[in-house]
Design a protein around this ligand. Structure first.
Ligand code: PEP
Length: 275
């Protein structure tokens, strides 16, 4: 299946939200960051191809740039999508080290991350830059997964809602009505790689809040937004988080680095069906 068709499939599925038999649809995404070798990635991709994935789960792999051709080759006939961890905000030209949306499209990417908190923190990416990156991806029919999230101080001080709203508003300014076509990954910075996660109540409240901000930015145009949770997701906590309203899937970092733990996440979401 072509990558674009998969993106469309995911969107159609997510819009339906509930399967006739009552199964909720989820995206399960793996952010490999700057990890793994060619050999490890090929082995992982092979394992994923051999894994039974129910129709209501949509897997997206985000390998490092140089390994995208492996995904392109090995996932060609698989219902597993893949994407890049970042994209340039410019079209082309003298931007040494950058990778354009057109190049990602050439590599068959259906998705790209934009504004992961590590990009924001280590490379100074502002919400405006992130929005431009997301918008550029959309121009090339690549679905951006815009990462948003607050720091621990912002959570503790209660400023987190304003922070999240600001991040979404910046995206809306540039993406305009196409914001509804983006996936949002809510990743509290303090939960990334720490083993600490917000309470289920906090996740529920925050996802509902993000949903409401998106709805208002999109003039309550109806339809569904896709909001993923990310931050120390693993096989032990994924099922409970999946039961939270407005959680449409997961972006996993550490737990996605080993095929076994990633497959266990898939298994946990497959067992007994989901909500
Ligand atoms: C991430 O960095 O996107 C992430 C969710 O990492 P981890 O699962 O390791 O917290």
């Amino acid at each position: 299946m072509e990558r674009r068709e998969i993106a469309q499939l995911v969107r159609t599925h997510m819009e339906r939200r509930l399967e006739p038999e009552g199964k909720k649809e989820y995206i399960v995404a793996a952010n490999w960051k700057m990890n793994m070798s060619a050999k490890e990635i090929k082995a992982f991709l092979k394992e994923i191809c051999d894994t039974d994935v129910p129709e209501y789960l949509h897997i997206i792999i985000f390998p490092p740039f140089p390994y995208l051709p492996y995904a392109q080759e090995m996932l060609r006939y698989e219902a597993v999508a893949y994407g890049a961890q970042d994209v340039a905000e410019q079209d082309k030209g003298a931007y040494t080290g950058e990778i354009s949306a057109a190049m990602l499209a050439d590599c068959g990417c259906s998705y790209t991350l934009a504004g992961h908190s590590e990009r924001r923190a280590y490379y100074g990416e502002t919400s405006d830059v992130v929005a431009r990156k997301a918008s550029k991806a959309l121009e090339y029919e690549i679905v951006p997964v815009i990462c948003i999230g607050e720091t621990l101080e912002e959570r503790r001080s209660g400023a987190y809602k304003e922070v999240l709203k600001g991040q979404i508003e910046e995206a809306a300014k540039v993406c305009k009505e196409r914001l509804a076509q983006c996936i949002i990954a809510y990743e509290p910075v303090w939960a990334i790689g720490t083993g600490v996660i917000p309470t289920i109540k906090e996740i529920g409240e925050t996802h509902r809040y993000i949903h409401d901000v998106l709805a208002s930015e999109c003039n309550n145009a109806g339809g569904r937004f896709q909001i993923l949770y990310g931050g120390s997701v693993n096989e032990s906590n994924v099922k409970e988080i999946a039961s939270v309203p407005f959680v449409d899937g997961f972006l996993a970092g550490g737990a996605s680095l080993k095929a076994e733990s990633f497959k266990n996440i898939i298994k946990r979401l497959s067992l007994d069906g989901c909500l």
